[in-house]
Design a protein around this ligand. Sequence first.
Ligand code: CA
Length: 234
Amino acid sequence: MDTAHKESILVVEDEKKIADIVRAYLEREGYLVQVASTGEQALGLMKERFVLVILDLMLPDMQGEDICRTIRENSDTPIIMLTAKSAEEDRIKGLGIGADDYVVKPFSPRELVARVKALLRRTGKTKKKVFSFNSGGLTINESDHETLLRGKHVVLTPTEFRILLSFSENPGRIFSRDQLATIAQGFDFEGYDRTIDAHVKNLRHKIEKDSKDPEFIKTVYGIGYKFIGTPDED
Ligand code: CA
């Protein structure tokens, strides 16, 4: 299977033994897994695209609740909390901090996998696969990797498509160059990439009538780019 099409899950867990077991079970089910052992690491990794986050509540540097809230500020990625004791269970229930589900330790890895699948089924239903902007002026079909500009097929490189898809999923959101570099390079991101401006330039060349007066990708000076297409009603 092409790894670019595998669904990626972030596991935030400082206990290596647990992280390893969870990783093994999820990988066996065909998911790509990234492990973060601190909150800081987890938030850094959130620039990438994960279909789901498994988040331990007790981490060495940050409270799981704070990480959950921070993730929720910019993302609706489903979150399953791992909690160690029933007191924490109560805290989660009471706080409404944005986790979609929680599992109490010690847990069976099989149960966790079942919860992951159930949550992805639940949230996947509402996930859009076709994005349409400016009264059908631009359509992006995620499943077919197809882009249409005023009804005409546009040939995009895989990188350009990934960038455009992320824009489409988040109209109005400002992406930093760093975030776009991570998106552009998929899961193999290592280090900082300044070539993002070149990718955006090429993408604009293909979809904008006038790059100086863009309909879709606006430059946000000193930060990055913002997608300004107007989403069409479903
Ligand atoms: Ca822990």
